[in-house]
Structure formats: structure tokens, C-alpha cells
Design a binder for this molecule. Structure first.
Ligand code: IPM
Ligand code: MG
Length: 355
């Protein structure tokens, strides 16, 4: 059956990575129908809203979405793909491939995945003025000054048992899949459960419970500041790392820095009945229009999508091709010390994998 894939190219330099990625995948001869909905500025012009109903319908009727990065213009689509489709598990792999321009003396063997809770935490986007809380009788556990005297703003962090449990379950599922491939498969949980003992403490408690249901899989927890240090000092120690939303956002960018930068940072967001795939990097406005954005993050995200759609051979072929590109340093983009353009990279890759 034909798989319907919605493509949202994203903002700034992002379409320059997305368009040749779609061409690379098209060269694999899979039964895919690409669909391009109207989003962002075009949608505002045509429909008066950045995310018209027909775009949501197209996403709902599709098998998956390949999403470019957003600087805000296509942000409404991102919101729908996450909260509208309940894609609660954001999986962000960091794997060092020989040839990546890592800043580390020895990045060999780095191969872990950050499993970021994708819908809760501070991402509910509930913010306001502190004076609006004055009558709630809230008391600070730390500060002497009464809340009513703060002339400031607040943001709400929500952690639920259901949301935490299902993301940790996803982490254990991934650990099992790694073990089945013969890879090391420890689960590490991290959050700020000393200071935020009620919210992040709940996250950790849920993780401990799920870990107890999976006694055959090694499990550990670290407070997030300690963990950040460990991640930089000994990234090879980790396999599957599960954490609340905001820490996952920050630490996944840091993780990309360990192996060679954001141009290599792939990502997939999975729910129970839908998944979409996006590079974890931003829109790189500084290099927009230059045809030099590194398409690797978008390509690896696309490979994750192909695996999700059961195009396993094609996914493997694409990943193998990317490995060869870096191992042999073929047509690499400037961020990886090469001189090639984005389209050169993708053309070389197409030649490699369609033979
Ligand atoms: C990411 C991005 C998004 C996030 C932004 C664009 C809202 O940084 O996917 O990591 O914070 O989740
Ligand atoms: Mg981010």
C-alpha cells in the first residue's frame, strides 16, 4: 500500500535540507506519495491562519510527516504534530560516525539515544504575571519574601504520572530493541529531583517503578546537573537516557555538539498511533540561501521514518550510505570540514545508495 508522507519544509535554510532529502528517498523506488500542505505564511495569506483545517486533515490522513525546522512561521504545524497527534516520545539519537568533526579527543563508541518526554513540563506554555497568583495562598519552600511581593512572571511546570510512566516505558522498549541488536542497553533517568522533589521527584518515582517491572535491564538515575557533566566527560557510558521535556531539549543539542554539531542531530516524535520526524537543529538563518546546510540530520530523521514505516531495507541502505560518505569523506559540507554544497552531498549519496 502506498504510504502517504506529508512534507513540511520549515523555515529559513531548512527547505534547502528537506528538498534534496526527499529526492534522495525518492531515488530508492519506494511506494510513497509525498504531500505538501499549505502552512505558515502561505497559509496565512490564503486562509488567514497558519494551520488551516485542510492541513490538519492531510496530516491526520497520512502515515507520517517529515518536518523541517521552524523559526516560528511553521510553529503552529509543529504544535499540531506534537499536541494534536500526541507524539509524546521524542527520540534523539547521538551516534558518532568516523569522519564526523567531533571536538572530542576520542569520540569513538558514542552511541546513545535521548528519550525526551515531548508534551508536558514547562512546554504547556502557561505563563503569566506573579500578581495573578497572589490569592492562591502559595508558599515558597525557599524564599523569605512573600509571593505577592514579587513583581515578576511565572511559568508552570506540569509532570504527570501517566506522561512520565509512558515515556519511561518507551525508553525500556528502546533498550530492549538495542539489546536485541547486540548493543549495550542500560536505561538512565535524569531530572532535577532533589530541588524539584514534587514534580521531577514524581518523574523519577515513575521511572523507578517501570525499572522494577524490567529487572533484566540495567537502570540508573542521576540528578540532571551531575548527569550533564557525565554526558560531557564520558558520553560512551550511556545507551538510553530518559528525561522530562526541557532537559531533553537542552541536552539533545549538547549531545549533538559532542559528535560534531547540530547538522547531525536527528529526531523522531512517536505517539501511540502517529509519528513524525524532524531534524533537531534550528533553521540556520545565517546560512539561508547558500545551499550549504548539512542535510545529515534531516536524512537520518528520514531514515528513522522509513524504519517506522517498515521500509527497513531502505532505511538501512540510507544509513549505510551516510556512514560511507563520512568514512570516505565524500562531498561533505563546510560544517564538517568539506567544500561541498547540500545538493552535492545528496547527489553523491544518491549515487552511492541507488547502485
Ligand atoms: C526542538 C526545538 C523546539 C523545542 C522549538 C522549536 C519549540 O528546539 O525541537 O528541540 O523546544 O522543542
Ligand atoms: Mg531544541
Amino acid at each position: 500500500m502506498t504510504k502517504k508522507i506529508v512534507v513540511i519544509e520549515g523555515d529559513d535554510a531548512s527547505p534547502e535540507a528537506m528538498q534534496p532529502t526527499v529526492e534522495v528517498i525518492s531515488s530508492l523506488g519506494l511506494d510513497i506519495a509525498w504531500q505538501y500542505p499549505v502552512v505558515g505564511e502561505d497559509a496565512i495569506e490564503k486562509f488567514g491562519t497558519p494551520l488551516p483545517q485542510e492541513t490538519k486533515d492531510m496530516i491526520d490522513a497520512s502515515d507520517s510527516t517529515l518536518f523541517g525546522s521552524t523559526s516560528g512561521k511553521t510553529g503552529a504545524a509543529l504544535g499540531y504534530l506534537r499536541w494534536g497527534r500526541l507524539t509524546y516520545a521524542n527520540c534523539r539519537p547521538t551516534k558518532y560516525l568516523p569522519g564526523y568533526q567531533s571536538p572530542l579527543a576520542d569520540p569513538t563508541g558514542i552511541d546513545f539515544v535521548i528519550v525526551r518526554e515531548n508534551l508536558e513540563d514547562l512546554y504547556l506554555g502557561i505563563e503569566g504575571d506573579v500578581e495573578g497568583l497572589a490569592n492562591l495562598g502559595l508558599r515558597s519552600r525557599t524564599a523569605r519574601m512573600p509571593l505577592a511581593e514579587y513583581d515578576g512572571r511565572y511559568a508552570i511546570k506540569v509532570i504527570t504520572e501517566e506522561g512520565s510512566t509512558r515515556i519511561v516505558r518507551k525508553a525500556f522498549e528502546l533498550a530492549r530493541a538495542r539489546a536485541a541488536k547486540g548493543l549495550s542497553a542500560k536505561v538512565t533517568c535524569t531530572a532535577k529531583y532533589n530541588m524539584l522533589s514534587y514534580t521531577d521527584g514524581l518523574f523519577r518515582d515513575c521511572a523507578l517503578k517501570v525499572a522494577a517491572e524490567n529487572p533484566d535491564i540495567e537502570f540508573e538515575t542521576f540528578i540532571v546537573d551531575d548527569f550533564a557533566h557525565r554526558l560531557c566527560a564520558r558520553p560512551q557510558d550511556f545507551d538510553v537516557i530518559v528525561m522530562p521535556n526541557l532537559y531533553g531539549d537542552i541536552l539533545s543539542d549538547a549531545a549533538a555538539g559532542l559528535v560534531g554539531g547540530l547538522g547531525l542531530a536527528a529526531s523522531g516524535c512517536y505517539g501511540d498511533d502517529y509519528a513524525y520526524f524532524e531534524s533537531a537543529h534550528g533553521t540556520a538563518p545565517d546560512i539561508a540561501g547558500q545551499n550549504i546546510i548539512n542535510p545529515t540530520a534531516t536524512l537520518i530523521s528520514a531514515a528513522m521514518m522509513l524504519e517506522y514505516l517498515d521500509f527497513n531495507d531502505a532505511s538501512e541502505r540510507l544509513l549505510q550510505g551516510i556512514e560511507t560518505m563520512y568514512a570516505d569523506r565524500l562531498s561533505l559540507t563546510p560544517d564538517q570540514g568539506g567544500k561541498a554544497s547540500t545538493t552535492d552531498f545528496c547527489r553523491t549519496l544518491t549515487d552511492l545508495i541507488s547502485n
